[in-house]
Design a protein around this ligand. Structure first.
Ligand code: ATP
Length: 278
């Protein structure tokens, strides 16, 4: 069903404070802060006045129906979106206080701090070892012993070490889909990021592999901030601390996940999470 045809018999309850969730004073430090972000793909206005912030060591789920701007938003956070011709943005995204949309900001700074995991596992056509060592090598690490340590630490961090430790020189394409996705997460960890962006990381995986990734996310949040786009409501409810609900390019509601799923402030959020559309 398209967003414009979303109908509810109940009166529409609009959340006047969408995106302006008040954090308790004990909350962790803000890593990313988005203010009044607008984005156009040529004529398509894909993000509208988005205000959202993400804190360290938290998992935030981005949910919403197809085409509402979830992927666009997450790709704006690492500036991948600017690879699309005709993209224009206004507003601000600060990463640790620096506006990453500012022309003077060097995107390379983000590449070492922010890792990304995509919908389909995308290992390089290289050995398992080389998949992990590649990033650190690009950043100038040549010492074999140091690289060995990074490879082991990253694979352990992504809970795949025991499955691959005896086949590090085999091609990564020989791994199962779920293993490949954990390898891609290990590849992210190798650059020692502060934030991991995940765009529907389990949508191509079977239930068992999905569960393993969800468990992994719970472990990783002890060290990293994680922002995860998901279509799976149960997944968002299971693994995230906060949830942002997008509709038609706007943030309709942003709050503690528990509140979003049990007592949403906006009837459109309620309609979406209860499966009335999307
Ligand atoms: N490369 C592009 N060029 C032009 N328009 C685009 C491009 N990518 C996305 N859009 C448009 O921007 C809007 C938001 O798309 P986006 O992919 O961010 O949504 P989404 O919520 O991630 O959807 P899905 O859940 O289906 O992946 C849509 O109207 C889409 O058609």
């Amino acid at each position: 069903m398209s967003q414009s045809s979303v109908k509810s018999k109940r009166p529409v309850k609009i959340n006047p404070e969408a995106g302006s969730f008040k954090e308790p004073e004990t909350a962790g430090k803000v890593v990313y802060d988005t203010k009044e972000l607008n984005l156009w793909y040529s004529e398509t206005h894909a993000l509208k006045d988005v205000n959202l912030s993400f804190r360290e060591k938290e998992v935030t789920a981005i949910i919403g129906p197809s085409g509402c701007g979830k992927s666009t938003y997450i790709k704006t956070l690492n500036r991948m979106v600017e690879l699309v011709p005709g993209v224009r943005t206004t507003g601000e995204i600060t990463y640790k206080g620096k506006n990453i949309l500012d022309r003077s900001f060097k995107v390379e700074e983000l590449r070492t701090k922010v890792g990304m995991v995509f919908q389909k596992p995308n290992p390089f056509p290289k050995s398992i070892y080389e998949n992990i060592a590649y990033g650190p090598k690009i950043h100038g690490i040549r010492n074999k012993k140091v690289l060995d340590e990074i490879v082991e630490r990253s694979l352990r961090g992504a809970y795949i070490w025991d499955e691959v430790k005896d086949r590090l020189n085999e091609n990564a394409y020989g791994l199962s889909g779920g293993q490949q996705q954990r390898l891609c997460i290990a590849r992210c960890l190798a650059i020692e990021p502060e934030v991991i962006l995940m765009d529907e990381p389990t949508s191509a995986l079977d239930p068992k592999s999905t569960l393993r990734i969800e468990e992994l996310v719970q472990e990783l949040k002890k060290e990293y901030s994680i922002i995860i786009v998901t279509h799976n409501m149960q997944q968002a409810a299971r693994i995230s601390d906060k949830t942002a609900f997008f509709l038609n390019g706007e943030v309709i509601e942003f709050n503690e996940t528990n509140t979003i799923f049990t007592n949403p402030a906006d009837s459109r959020t309620e309609d979406y999470i209860s499966g009335r559309f999307g």
